[in-house]
Design a protein around this ligand. Structure first.
Ligand SMILES: Cc1cc2nc3c(=O)[nH]c(=O)nc-3n(C[C@H](O)[C@H](O)[C@H](O)COP(=O)(O)O)c2cc1C
Length: 742
């Protein structure tokens, strides 16, 4: 619901909001430019309006009016030789600084900003857009707080794709400015349409009589002597030689008429409080009178066009990735609820099979991501949770907030639950997240429909068996026949391979694939256009490869980015392993079927902070990619472990080149089958002092490789940073310790 509140107005408003924000940003420069160009404003108490008028009279005998802008620029309007003119003048001397020429561009931009050049209908649209901006800023803040785990966590690093991070980081930085702009603009619009009070600007009574004496010199008039220059808004002079006319003076506090002979007020009316509030809000919106606020609001406005583009892209991607479910009932109308935890989307396919099967038997089914766990399902009789496991027994993307939500639930619904885990027995924490979910539900006292069951490698047979158990539990005959949808793949051709490690029983190959149509070299035009024929990916993302005769992909971390023109992986041969055997036997020119799974969390964070890369064996894959792309020569330190420098020193020549050209700051390679045998965690303990120094400088740590290595590295690192009063868990929470473990 909150997400809809955020995305609907965002989508509708995107275009208008871009116009309003860009024009707002341009206008916001005006006060700062004016401030930069105007002479120093005398402090309060230094010059009275009478003194100023006296000095102006010396230079402008035909002065008609003196105006002071909110930032203190003084403009004198005059008649000279029958010609009207206006000058900016120095308040201390009354002398001209330059002719006053208001910019017609600025006036046009203001008109576009206020009314989209459409007068009242345009003003109405601009007002509605201002309100949309308020809704967006508030709903965005609520969404972000929910995503990061509460208001106190609002400044925590965010995860996600580049587009998501851009949207969130900019929104977070500009949130208060945009809220202020939106709220003040909404108020100003409401006053235009009489929906909010503008208050009464002083309208003094027009005097029926004047003293009629000879005009006194302007610098002797007592009412002007009593008015400070900093309070002046406008002084309009009487018609020359008209003894019945008078001065009209408008100040920050009020307005009135002054007798040109006696210098006394003939009438005076102060502004009312509501009008002063209106003027204050006007100043907050425009920065007129507060130039630095104008600059801040202008900068905040500049984020809007970026967010107006990234927002709809995020929305569109979310719509695309949503599973297409026939007849998905609402959470309170359904009798059967299915919650799905998935990262690569295959679990959604199984969920759909269950959904359709239940629906065919007349059930009303609601299927949603686990992150959308509701506090209650009014009409529900059963809950199914189908979830995959990622990382090292961690939650997949669509279930990342499930456990926190469950923890917050005060009442446990009387809703029997069946958890089905999807995983791969090659991972030691097989279906680890499903087990965690089962335990958390049990701890909450949730009734059980069926005990936890698990599915290895997306086995359709195991799913059918689980379906039989469900049929019995709910007394409805379900036939769960699931045909796994083959992922949409791209054919790639092996262009080059380098083999290592055969002598130390660690056969490892670096494989470089290309798009088959330009298997040799992409044409010059395609290279200029950045077209490589490869799907887009970055080093650190995953490639899913389908071995022949299998619909179940195996994943490898990518050592290159698509812009390099090759897809590079580093594969160790596991005896009996279906995919690694296939890849090791693949000749140059042979093809594979592959697809990309983004892994945006595993890559160096933006900025200049040092990066510590740690890995062993094929874990060097993504790490070499990060080093290769370190063109900015940011400080990068590699710790890597192999078996023998003669046999499996992966990427040795490249690493030496990167040391020479400073893409790599430090290379620490250790080997286990040599006389001074060491593992990578040993080297980390030895280098404790220097690693602590790097951590103190804000270093980020990226670990890639087998889970035993990762566990030992984490233990060693915990000891290294303990003297800093830190631990790896803290670094992880700050997004400064990331792992890609297999
Ligand atoms: C990077 C990665 C890490 C994984 N970690 C685990 C794990 O720790 N335990 C496990 O049982 N399965 C693990 N798996 C296997 C997935 O859970 C399994 O393939 C699942 O069916 C994927 O479902 P999905 O496509 O809906 O995300 C992992 C898969 C990948 C790609």
């Amino acid at each position: 619901m909150l997400r809809q509140f955020h995305s609907l107005p965002g989508l509708i408003a995107a275009l208008f909001v871009i116009v309003l924000s860009v024009t707002g940003a341009i206008l916001s420069l005006n006060p700062a430019l004016e401030r930069a160009g105007s002479v120093v404003v005398p402090a309060t108490g230094q010059i009275s309006v009478a003194e100023l008028a006296g000095k102006v009279a010396e230079h402008y005998p035909g002065v008609n009016q003196i105006e002071r802008t909110p930032l203190g620029t003084l403009i004198v309007y005059y008649t000279r030789d029958g010609q009207m003119g206006a000058d900016r003048v120095d308040p201390r001397t009354g002398q001209s600084i330059a002719a006053y020429e208001p910019s017609s561009f600025s006036a046009w931009v203001k008109n576009l900003h206020r009314s989209l050049l459409l007068d009242m209908p345009g003003r109405a649209v601009a007002g509605i857009m201002a309100l949309a901006m308020v809704v967006l800023a508030i709903s965005g803040a609520l969404l972000l707080a929910a995503r990061l785990g509460g208001w106190r966590q609002l400044l925590r690093p965010v995860r996600g794709t580049l587009i998501q991070r851009l949207h969130i980081e900019l929104g977070r930085a500009a949130m208060l400015g945009l809220l202020l702009s939106g709220l003040t603009a909404s108020y100003l619009s409401a006053t235009t349409f009489g929906l909010a009070p503008e208050g009464v600007a002083a309208e003094p009574e027009f005097p029926m009589e004047v003293s009629g004496g000879p005009p006194a010199a302007v610098d002797t008039l007592s009412a002007l002597k009593a008015t400070d220059l900093n309070d002046l808004r406008e002084l309009v002079y009487p018609y020359p030689n008209d003894p019945t006319d008078m001065y009209s003076l408008s100040t920050d506090q009020g307005a009135g008429y002054i007798d040109q002979a006696s210098g006394e007020w003939l009438s005076y009316q102060p502004h009312d409080a509501t009008h002063r509030l209106y003027e204050f809000i006007y100043m907050l919106h425009t920065g007129e009178g507060l130039w630095w606020l104008g600059v801040i609001l202008g900068l905040a406005s500049l984020t809007v066009p970026v967010m107006a583009v990234t927002g709809p892209i995020i929305w569109w991607k979310r719509q695309q990735s949503k599973p297409k479910l026939a007849a998905n009932s609402g959470p309170n109308a359904a009798d059967s609820i299915i919650l799905v935890g998935s990262e690569g989307n295959t679990t959604w396919g199984f969920a759909r099979t269950l959904h359709d099967s239940l629906a065919r038997k007349g059930h009303r089914v609601h299927t949603a991501p686990m992150n959308q766990l509701a506090s209650g399902y009014r009409g529900a009789k059963r809950l199914f949770i189908l979830t995959a496991t990622y990382g090292d027994g961690d939650a997949p993307a669509s279930a990342s907030r499930f456990l926190a939500r469950l923890e917050k639930m005060s009442n446990t619904p009387d809703l029997p639950v069946a958890v089905l885990g999807f995983g791969d027995r090659q991972f030691p924490r097989f279906c680890g997240f499903a087990k965690e979910v089962e335990a958390a539900l049990a701890a909450k006292g949730w009734p059980q429909l069926l005990p936890l069951d698990t599915i290895n490698q997306q086995s359709p047979q195991a799913f059918t068996r689980w379906g039989d158990a469900v049929s019995k539990a709910i007394s409805t005959e379900l036939t769960l026949i699931h045909t796994p949808t083959r992922p949409h793949t791209t054919t790639l051709k092996l262009g080059e391979r380098v083999d290592y490690g055969a002598d130390v029983q660690a056969p490892t190959a670096v494989l470089r694939f290309r798009a088959p149509e330009n298997g040799s070299q992409p044409s010059l035009l395609n290279r200029l256009l950045g077209r490589t024929g490869l799907p887009p990916f970055e080093a650190g993302d995953l490639v899913g490869i389908l071995p022949p005769d299998s619909h179940v992909p195996r994943f490898y971390s990518l050592a290159s980015a698509s812009k390099d023109g090759t897809l590079e992986i580093c594969v160790r041969h596991h005896p009996g392993g279906l995919c690694s055997s296939f890849l090791h036997a693949l000749p140059v020119g042979g093809t594979i079927e592959a697809f990309i799974q983004p892994n945006p969390d595993f890559r160096p964070a933006a900025g200049k902070a040092p990066v510590v890369l740690i890995g062993a064996g094929t874990g060097i894959g993504p790490l070499i990619g990060f080093i290769r792309h370190n063109k900015a020569h940011r400080s990068m330190h590699l710790y890597w472990g192999g078996r023998s420098p003669q046999s499996d020193f992966l990427y040795e020549p490249e690493l030496n080149t990167y040391m020479e050209d400073k893409r790599l700051t430090e290379l620490n390679a250790v080997f286990s089958r040599v006389s001074d045998s060491a593992y990578v965690q040993d080297k980390i303990s030895v280098d404790a002092v220097q690693l602590r120094r790097l951590i103190e400088k804000g270093a980020q740590i990226l670990v890639c490789g087998g889970r035993d290595m990762a566990a030992s590295v984490m233990a060693a690192m915990d000891e290294v940073i303990a003297p800093l009063g830190m631990d790896v868990a803290t670094l992880k929470a700050q997004g400064r310790y990331r792992e890609d473990v297999y």
